[in-house]
Design a binder for this molecule. Structure first.
Ligand code: NCD
Ligand code: ZN
Length: 346
């Protein structure tokens, strides 16, 4: 039985850090575990230009407690108006590593997103040409489509045709949640990959309704059936370099989740690598965690592997019932419950 596990320091390829006091509250949780993170641009207003990304990156670094190191990799928010020139600037600047495609209305702060994919063709053509990845929130926004089918329908209607049109495009299906998503990624070339969250590996949709409605298990894309969770676990633990870690840790104040129309998003950064260790252990695949968490993502992005390490121990700990979050409170995943692995500070 392995009681400690030392990994090349992991990276988080999908993270929401927010801004201001909320940023200051959550950033140390990620920096303690991950060397780098792909920082999502869905602020209000979103991060649409290299200039805005530079300013946001500066605010993140300023919020980092002294003595901690963390490299925020920035993603620009794709809109109907993103120009090929902006994509070229992004490629050249050195700190923007991707562009994020939110279908308009798909999720939190996505109103500025792409209204019809054709409108973004000039920018997407530039991404393909520059080799800069397009990160996709893969959900159909047609209100007629069942919420549990939105990923599969989006793949059929938008992603598959998009890849036909731009076959060399580097594309990441973010927070993949279904067997259809996994199959789509597997069928693609080396330019097609996916991130997988810890919560989609650990829970199926029953978690949202256990004993009552549970807003802290609500995220987008929404948790799916058990058969889909199993497909995700299979992919994550397969050793395929097409699947890598992206927590999609998405903090919202308690008051914004526990109400009549609660926000989507699950906070997991407080146990950002530990929860994956649980999921991989449950699949008897701890030996596959390092590739998924620390190696495949950097390789996909063409970035160097981290040289530092992180050690985890199989020691259970209790997650606090709530965390500070600026003026409000943040309810983390597993609040008041146990996580089976903990990180040892270097
Ligand atoms: C994210 C957020 O809150 O910013 N929410 C979520 O449920 N994942 C947005 C997103 O990534 O869809
Ligand atoms: Zn997200």
């Amino acid at each position: 039985m392995t009681d400690t596990l030392t990994l090349t320091r992991p990276d988080d390829w999908h993270l929401h850090l927010r801004d201001g006091a909320m940023l200051a509250a959550v950033l140390p949780d990620s920096a303690r575990r991950f060397a780098r993170a792909m920082v999502m641009p869905n602020l209000r207003p979103p991060v649409r230009s290299v200039t805005e990304a530079a300013a946001y990156r500066k605010r993140i670094l300023a919020a980092l407690p002294t003595g901690m190191s963390f490299d925020p990799l920035m993603a620009l928010y794709l809109t109907d108006n993103t120009s090929a020139e902006e994509v070229a600037l992004a490629r050249a600047c050195g700190f923007v590593q991707a562009v994020k495609y939110y279908p308009a209305g798909a999720t939190t702060n996505s109103d500025f997103g792409v209204s019809a994919v054709e409108r973004a063709y000039p920018a997407i053509a530039a991404l393909e040409q520059q080799g800069l990845p397009l990160l996709v929130h893969g959900e159909a926004t047609d209100p007629e489509v069942d919420v549990f089918d939105r990923e599969a329908v989006f793949i059929d209607r938008v992603l598959a045709p998009l890849l036909k049109r731009f076959p060399k495009l580097k594309l990441v299906l973010e927070h993949v949640t279904t067997r259809q998503g996994i199959d789509f990624v597997r069928a693609g070339g080396a330019n097609v990959a996916a991130t997988i969250t810890a919560h989609h590996l650990l829970y199926n949709r029953n978690a949202m309704f256990k004993g009552g409605i549970r807003p802290h298990y609500y995220c987008l894309p929404v948790l799916k059936r058990e058969q889909h969770r199993q497909a995700l676990v299979e992919a994550a633990t397969s050793g395929s370099p097409k699947f890598f870690l992206g927590t999609d840790s998405a903090p919202h104040a308690q008051s914004a989740k526990e109400c009549g129309s609660g926000c989507a998003g699950i906070y997991t950064a407080h146990a950002g690598i530990e929860l994956y260790a649980e999921a991989f252990e449950a699949a008897d695949a701890l030996d596959k965690l390092e590739g998924f968490a620390s190696i495949f993502g950097a390789a996909f992005y063409g970035l160097p592997r981290n040289s530092a390490t992180l050690t985890l121990a199989r020691t259970a700990w209790e997650v606090p019932a709530e965390l500070g979050f600026g003026a409000g409170k943040l309810i983390p995943l597993r609040a008041g419950e146990t996580v089976n692995w903990r990180i040892l500070e270097p």
